[in-house]
Design a binder for this molecule. Structure first.
Ligand code: AHR
Length: 486
């Protein structure tokens, strides 16, 4: 019998509040999103409310989505907001990524969706092909109560202004967003931000930063003499590719164990990325202590299944569920600085919550992790101590287990446990953390690449789980979320 891992939780020195926005989503116009999957239009045979399909809406609603980033990504630097307002039948058809962008999902449709979901809004402003005036006009159109832009919005059917909660200016400016130097982008950011005003509540402003461990770009941006006074935080993008090679990333399904451990190992690197960013913030004296890190793109990225699949569409398996849970456990550990994260992406793109095909819809294993972890939204993250056993494959070694704990606003202890080992069970003893027993749910399945399909949508779904006397046996590749038993 393998030794039990003993767990201690320190309730006396909380890390900070896990902002609900850590569970944020990303909705980019890309591949099979949002057309057909979220937006079907009012005349569709697929049951919908004001053009948003009902099945997808209900599933998203059940996640308590705190915030949605829109309209990109790379797409935001092409997005002309005026193409997406007014009579839908008369909107501009534009070419984007090899398909037609009909612009029938635009500003009104996005803000109405967010409003119905009770989600905050995160707008990514077009820096690449826009102007500071376009950006200022868009914000006025969305938030003004008087003036021409408010009149125009009203003429298009919306009386009350909406709120822009978060705002980024530009995206990946070191790459698809313009290939511009950090010095040039810092000037551009400051120019746009100076005029990016809203009526009423001001959004939190996010600088588009670096990716992975490439910290220099962000470091140089933050050297700019005015930028700190014009931003509440900076973003970083971190994707986990099985091979680490953008030319041959690895398959979503049917992969060898080497690509299981390499993917998890790459996902775990996000902790170094976060810690390096925080250390870099501390070297900039002009930044306030609560200057935020916004991981506004993260997740797995695999090779496409075939030429027929929409851009960036991929299946989602037990491996993705473990990546999501490991990532959340890391974000919780850095709750004091990680103010928001946005998984890439919401439906049909990369590590999606939901996949659709015509009228069919299926929830992915990643969806179930988001749903199980909802208890952590707004909870207070606590330091957790344990000695994780190793999971070893050849030269690769990662911790076999990952544990996170937090106190909900109601004072309930919630604990998440992940077993990254695809072959071995691991025993964990929670009896030392002050509760006599725990109940909750487990997500696991037979294989590393077990997944849900339209034909078999419940192959990977959460099941009830009990930990009598605080003793937990985590089966291979499993995610467990527990609360203290009554
Ligand atoms: O999420 C897909 C793309 O990945 C985004 O458009 C871009 O920002 C990133 O490179």
């Amino acid at each position: 019998m393998e030794a039990q891992t003993q767990v201690a939780v320190d309730r006396s020195s909380p890390i900070g509040t896990i902002e609900p926005e850590v569970y944020g989503q990303f909705l980019e116009h890309l591949g099979a999103q949002p057309y057909g999957s979220i937006w079907v239009g009012e005349d569709s045979a697929i049951p919908n409310t004001d053009g948003i399909r009902n099945d997808v809406f209900a599933a998203l609603d059940a996640l308590d989505i705190p915030v949605i980033r829109w309209p990109g990504g790379c797409y935001s630097d092409r997005y002309q907001w005026r193409d997406g307002i007014g009579e839908r039948a008369e909107r501009t058809n534009a070419a984007w990524g090899g398909t037609i962008e009909p612009n029938t999902f635009g500003t009104h449709e996005f803000f109405n969706l967010a409003e119905r979901l009770g989600a905050k809004t995160y707008l990514n402003i077009n820096l690449g092909t826009g102007t500071p005036k376009d950006a200022a006009d868009w914000l006025e159109y969305i938030t003004a109560t008087t003036g021409d832009r408010a009149r125009e919005r009203r003429a298009n059917g919306r009386d009350a202004p909406w709120t822009v909660d978060y705002l980024a200016i530009g995206n990946e400016t070191w790459g698809c967003g313009g290939h511009i130097t950090p010095e040039y982008y810092a000037d551009m950011y400051s120019l746009y931000a100076s005029f990016a005003k809203t009526e009423g509540k001001q959004p939190e402003r996010i600088i588009s930063g670096s990716h992975d461990a490439n910290i220099e770009y962000s470091d140089t941006l933050l050297d700019h003499p005015y930028i700190a006074g014009l931003a509440e935080g900076i973003s970083v993008h971190v994707y986990s590719l099985p091979t680490g090679d953008w030319g041959a990333k690895g398959a979503a399904l049917g992969f060898p164990e080497e690509e299981w451990i390499s993917t998890l190992s790459r996902a775990l690197r996000i902790e170094d990325v976060i810690e390096d960013q925080i250390a870099m913030f501390e070297s900039h004296e002009n930044l306030s202590d609560d200057f935020g890190l916004y991981v506004d793109e993260w997740g797995t990225w695999y090779d496409p299944e075939g030429e027929e699949t929409p851009a960036l569409y991929q299946q989602n398996s037990m491996r993705d569920a473990v990546v999501a849970a490991l990532s959340f456990n890391i974000f919780h550990k850095h709750a004091d600085r990680v103010k928001m994260t946005n998984i890439a992406q919401m439906v049909n793109v990369l590590q999606a919550m939901i996949l659709t095909d015509g009228p069919d819809m299926v929830l992915t294993p990643t969806y179930h992790v988001f749903e199980m972890y909802k208890l952590f939204q707004g909870a207070t993250a606590l330091p957790v101590r344990y000695d994780a056993p190793d999971y070893i494959l050849g030269e690769d070694i990662i911790p076999a287990i990952s544990i996170s704990a937090a106190l909900t606003p109601e004072g309930q202890l919630v604990v998440a446990l992940v077993n990254s080992d695809p072959k071995g069970s691991h025993a964990v003893d929670l009896s030392g953390i002050g509760a006599s027993g725990f109940t909750g749910r487990i997500l696991t399945a037979d294989a590393m690449d077990s997944h849900n399909t339209f034909e078999d949508p419940e192959a990977v779904v959460p099941k009830l789980f009990k930990a009598e006397r605080g003793l937990v046996t985590l089966p291979p590749h499993s995610v467990v979320v527990l609360t203290e038993a009554e």
